[in-house]
Design a protein around this ligand. Sequence first.
Ligand SMILES: [Zn+2]
Length: 457
Amino acid sequence: MLDLVIANGTLITAEAIVAADLGIANGKIAAVGTELSGRETVDAAGQWVLPGAVDEHVHLQMPVGEFTSSDDFYTGTVAAACGGTTTIIDFVEPKPCQPLLEALAARRAEAGGKAVVDYGLHMTLSRADDDTLAQVPATIEAGVSSFKLYMAYEGLRLDDGGLLRALAALREYGGRALVHAENHHAIAYLTAQTLAQGRTGPENHPLTRPDVMEAEAIHRLLALANVTGTPLVLAHLSCALGLEAVRVARARGQVVWVETCPQYLLLDESEYHRPGFEGAKFVMAPPPRTETDRAALWAGLAAGEVDTVATDHCPFFYQNQKTRGRDNFSRIPGGAPGIETRLPLLYTHGVLGSRLTPERWVEVCCTEPARRFGLAPRKGTLAVGADADLVLFDPERPVTLSARNLHQNVDYCPYEGWELRGYPVMVLSRGEVIVRDGGFVGLAGRGRFLRTDPLKR
Ligand SMILES: [Zn+2]
């Protein structure tokens, strides 16, 4: 006997568009077919039924300098759910010299009573000494198989030697690498020079993080990964030059997957020239770039050169947080909100914008992120045996984005006033309705920690 039937909907997966009913039992998809019956039925006529979206890159309650990103595991996952995202992968940032498993336990305790959707974690490796790398196998054993490596940010970044050692260890143990590629020294030099010239406003932020130096870091990273033979995921690609570096590596046979984010597809550097201090809302790294870069990323996404769209959600309030850098753009906390808006933004601008098919939209937002980080086939697809994480998406529903209506705990939306067509109306997680008519109806702490599978060696 099925617990619930989602009847008369149009099922959209990475592979196909099918008119069918979907049956749920014990929190899992138990049947796909016609004229299914169960204890309860939801009529999804006129709706699209998608796998719950998977956001592989979010930063909830992340300490950054004197601030902590403003969404905690409750508000951030409620926002995710309301936007159709039913799985997130956040990060563990160990303190200097803290054992990785101790940091993992502390992070799981922070998420545990709060998260409302299922969550995995990446482990940040900000050190690549023998002692730290020797903890990688136990970390994988504990359910964290992906590791974040930074090439920029003092205190987090690895130098080339550290990158080589970390990449070699990940290759040896089957760990997955997710890498932030920017050139640390060029950013430091350009920032110091810019401030010394008395240029302090947010419009200077993108000038200190040029596309050439992002591409340089990507090229160097991929050259180092070629030495160790390590496949990797490139986080938040923002520019055409970086994609060019990826093509070069792929042409020599390297395995690299590419993530981008809505902000790099939809925004550009003109946002930094907003009146007053408003440009600070868009201070993030890397920065949104040019129309040419946006076009290259959209084309890459459609063609399969760019594999996933994540958010890099890392919100800070404009008032009293972003504005703390009013006299010095380098003190503006970096990051922007986006966990709630990814799926609908990509529908309006991707599918309705004729840049992505519905299948590809589902693939880059739901299916591929789950595959990429060892969560498939449990998450990211509509298949018998998968978790019943579903989105009922009304492809006609008009919505005007506004911080006032969104659930993200932050006082602005980078897409304020944008008019969208198509929005989630009901969201299920493991068979349980957690969003109804755009409002969250689930319980705090219902989200479960997800173990991610390592790469096969
Ligand atoms: Zn990030």
